[in-house]
Design a protein around this ligand. Sequence first.
Ligand SMILES: [Zn+2]
Length: 99
Amino acid sequence: MKLIATFTVIFKNIKSTMQVMGNYFECNTCGRPFKEGQGIILTVAGIKLFFHSKACAFKFFKEIMENADSEYLGKDVKEVYDKYQKIIELKKKKAEKKI
Ligand SMILES: [Zn+2]
């Protein structure tokens, strides 16, 4: 039984390697294959991640955020939050000038 399991793993690895070689990637969230240029490919902390859709990418990253240590993540969230707040403020100011 163990041998069969090993062969199954090997076969799966060959299959996924073939998919990458043929410019097909497998979504890390749902397993759906997608062609190069169609999905989202990101390298985070040296790990290459493949997502067939924005929804799958969001699901994956949402889970990371929810499980992350808030003490460390809090600083990064605040930084990005502040960045977009500034952009929104600038947009509002520009809109006011036009009126
Ligand atoms: Zn997916």
